[in-house]
Design a protein around this ligand. Structure first.
Ligand code: ADP
Ligand code: MG
Length: 254
């Protein structure tokens, strides 16, 4: 196979040049990190599962009219996406108290919030992704007020849809982190959902028992991490192509 040009390597994914202009290949790794990369590890099979889960959820969101970067899955670890100009903000929606929100305000983890709260974090690893507000986003020119409005309304729709969707399979969507980007089509620009939606980017708790089914199993040393990711996939009806992990068997050459 021709060597592809690597554009970027992040914590969880590698981005390669795509086959056509305006496309990229998103490769999901097994690497895990927490506490702004101070803790690192590997979760065998995570990349394979996240590729499938993100494909599934982006496709569902596309079905309700949310524009996304997802085009199609290429193989176990890779998907073809539209190249966008990433808005350097992580948009987080919280439905239930967990993590840093509990710490900051001394709240009990698991308390249902009176209404969903949106938070913004500036994507800058060397600064530990500081929390920012709308004023920073617009004053520093990361997004215009119009773009931010659109991002906010898309975020609320995504959160509403996914909250109901996950509840249907016995999972509480505690919180979710989203990334958006600008996509140009001829002279038109629109905001689309980018990056991934997976147990790396969401907090998923079992609806009955509150068992953690996401990356917090890694950050909190709870064990059973791969099994938890598998469980989310299983509940979504996604059957891994080669369960439980991507053991490399003979490959068909096309
Ligand atoms: P990070 O360590 O920054 O979280 P990841 O391992 O998640 O990085 O790698 C994915 C990178 O690709 C992120 O920086 C993300 O902003 C970027 N990205 C995601 N979707 C797209 C897209 N459609 N076009 C361009 N860049 C994207
Ligand atoms: Mg990321």
């Amino acid at each position: 196979m021709a060597k592809r040009r690597q554009i970027f390597e992040g914590e969880a994914k590698v981005i390669f040049e795509g086959p056509e202009p305006g496309t990229l290949v998103q490769h999901f790794k097994d690497d895990a990190s927490a506490f702004n990369s101070r803790k690192k590890g590997t979760i065998t099979g995570k990349g394979v599962i996240n590729n499938r889960i993100s494909e599934h959820l982006m496709t569902k969101l596309g079905g309700i009219g949310i524009p996304t970067h997802f085009m199609r899955r290429l193989n176990m670890r890779e998907q073809l996406i539209r190249e966008v100009e990433i808005i350097p903000i992580e948009v987080m929606v919280r439905n239930v108290v967990a993590g840093s929100l509990a710490e900051r305000f001394n709240l009990t983890e698991g308390a249902v919030l009176p209404r969903s709260i949106i938070e913004y974090y500036y994507k800058a690893g060397d600064l530990n992704d500081p929390m920012v507000n709308e004023e920073h986003v617009t004053a520093f020119g990361w997004a215009s007020p119009q773009e931010l409005d659109e991002i906010m309304s898309m975020t609320l729709r995504i959160n509403d849809f996914l909250s109901g969707f996950f509840l249907g399979v016995g999972i509480k969507l505690v919180d979710i982190r989203l990334e958006f980007g600008r996509l140009w089509e001829e002279d038109q620009m629109r905001i689309v959902l980018a990056d991934e939606i997976s147990p790396d980017s969401c907090r998923f708790w079992d609806a009955e028992t509150n068992e953690i089914l996401d990356r917090d199993r890694f950050s909190r040393d709870l064990g059973g991490i791969a099994e938890a990711y598998q469980e989310v996939a299983r509940r979504l009806g996604i059957l891994p192509e080669s369960a439980p992990y991507d053991i490399q068997g003979p490959q068909i050459v096309q």
